[in-house]
Design a protein around this ligand. Structure first.
Ligand code: NAD
Length: 485
């Protein structure tokens, strides 16, 4: 994999301010596969200064939205042209199974770039209307300098979900990827430069938490767009609140999939399972609590166990792999500690629970199903972020809704039933930002996505995702004013 010795700041690859490097370690071999410079506070300061200059002096905010959209479309094409390489790059960085990565970590980002590229020609940034007292223009202007901060689990997807609307708005961006996944971020910087993005509009500062805090607190950052843990989101929200800085947060989840008593498991499980253990279980929207009717509990468990046994665990770069290694040793420690906690709490392991045989190198954990789980247990309340599911019995539809809502999170959820409208009735009662009724599609890029409760603040995707990066201005116009065509 390609190493870097410079940082992308202000449109150029510049000398970093320090000699610190980030080592990218393969989750399969546990060996260092590339290095990149670690951005320091001084590098962040340079990046923010460049972003502020590019915002204040242009041309980016003054170009038409369609022109900005055209740059996004070029980047989308470029990513699509090297889809296989990018998927392997991401799988190599963080262990996402390459078949899944091709679809969700590469194709999906191109759909996001394309969607916002299209909005550049269709979204009404200006609305002239008759106000109560006279003609009015409501115009939507870019928020300014944006700090985009992402975790490692779906790195390019999250970069696309923040950079596309932020850049389309005319804002300029300092992007801080996670230290586990700096390589795809640097590749994206190269593709943006090739696509003709003006200098300063995007900088990439791979770094850890402390440098992230410096970026969040920087007085010239106007808006923070954060995806990551709820713990970090609370700190960032507090820091932004203290400065009355705009912020949006996409945080953790502990979503419940409800199997209603009329469910056909042969139809439901192929839709549910890819969302229950997706991306090695390292996904905010994973359906990690599975709610089963008490009188069909053993049948459901049996079917789930069968599905899990079919999942091939192994090298993320093998196209047959369904579950790859976890991102890092500390993540495997975390997941294994939750497996111990579950057992101490009285839940039973129905399948998995250990390390897969024959994989001596790499941070692998067997896909694991816990049964006899009570929703008050820590394995049902806390985000494990690994391939671990909890199957929880319920007694009635109302009980299923109660259990689904008995969570500090509210990101996603799903219901499977022979009756779509009964499912929709459940969807309306569960307090989450996204829901699936007899569907395997958790996110629609043209529609809002985000969290209730501790899963976040604000909505990404769709027009809502663009509005996160816009300020509204009302201009009162003189009587009789007519806008020029
Ligand atoms: P994390 O919160 O530790 O780190 C995420 C990013 O924020 C990293 O780049 C990190 O360096 C940075 N960071 C951490 N603390 C910071 C602070 N105080 N100030 C500024 N930057 C800070 O999360 P993680 O462990 O890397 O990622 C996993 C989490 O991300 C899970 O909770 C998962 O659910 C969540 N996630 C949510 C979504 C969503 O759309 N809701 C999507 C993907 C992941």
């Amino acid at each position: 994999m390609k190493s870097y010795d410079r940082l992308f700041i202000g449109g150029e690859w510049v000398e970093p301010s320090s000699t610190n490097v980030i080592e990218v370690v393969s989750p399969m071999t546990e060996e260092v596969v590339a290095t990149v410079p670690e951005a320091m506070e001084a590098d962040v300061d340079r990046a923010v200064e460049a972003a502020k200059r590019a915002f204040d002096e242009g041309p980016w905010p003054r170009m038409t939205p369609a022109e900005r959209g055209a740059v996004l479309a070029k980047v989308s094409d470029a990513v699509r042209n090297e889809m296989g390489d990018v998927a392997e790059l991401i799988s190599g960085e963080m262990g996402s199974p390459v078949s899944w990565a091709t679809m969700a970590q590469v194709l999906a980002p191109t759909m996001i770039f394309d969607y916002y590229a299209g909005l550049g020609s269709t979204f009404a940034f200006d609305e002239f209307k008759d106000g109560l007292l006279g003609p009015v223009l409501v115009t939507k202007e870019p928020v300014g300098v944006v700090a985009a901060i992402t975790p490692w689990n779906v790195p390019l997807f999250l970069a696309a979900s923040k950079l596309s609307p932020a850049l389309l708005s005319g804002s300029t961006v300092v992007f801080k990827p996670s230290p586990e996944t700096p390589l795809d971020a640097n590749r994206l910087a190269e593709l943006f430069a090739d696509a003709g993005l003006p200098p300063g509009v995007l900088s990439v500062v791979p770094a850890g938490r402390e440098v992230g805090e410096h970026l969040v607190n920087h007085p010239d950052v106007n808006k923070v767009s954060f995806t990551g843990s709820t713990a970090a989101g609370k700190k960032i929200g507090a820091a932004c609140g203290a400065q009355l800085k705009r912020f949006s947060l996409e945080l953790g989840g502990k979503s419940a999939a409800v199997l209603l008593d009329d469910v056909n498991l042969d139809e439901a499980l192929p839709l549910l399972m890819p969302n229950a253990i997706m991306n090695n279980g390292e996904a905010c929207i994973s359906q990690t609590r599975i709610l089963a009717p008490r009188d069909r509990y053993s049948e459901v468990v049996e079917a789930l166990v069968e599905q899990v046994k079919l999942m091939k665990v192994g090298d993320a770069l093998d196209p047959e792999t369904v579950v790859g290694p976890l991102v890092a040793e500390r993540q495997r420690d975390r997941v294994e500690s939750y497996i111990r906690i579950g057992q101490e709490e009285g839940a039973k392991v129905a399948v998995g629970g250990g390390r897969p045989a024959g994989l001596d190198k790499g941070w692998y954990v067997e896909p694991t199903i816990f049964v006899d789980v009570d929703n008050s247990m820590r394995i049902a309340q806390e985000e494990i972020f690994g391939p671990v599911l909890a199957v929880i019995p319920y007694d009635s539809d109302a009980d299923a809704v109660r259990i689904a809502n008995d969570s500090s999170y509210g990101l996603c959820g799903s219901v499977y039933t022979a009756d779509d409208d009964r499912g929709l009735g459940i969807a309306r009662q569960v307090r989450t930002g996204t829901y699936m009724v007899n569907s395997g599609i958790p996110i629609d890029f043209s529609s809002p996505f985000g969290g209730y409760k501790e899963s976040g603040v604000g909505r990404e995707f769709g027009v809502d995702g663009l509005e996160l990066f816009l300020e509204k201005k009302t201009v009162n116009l003189p009587a009789g004013y007519t806008p020029k065509p």
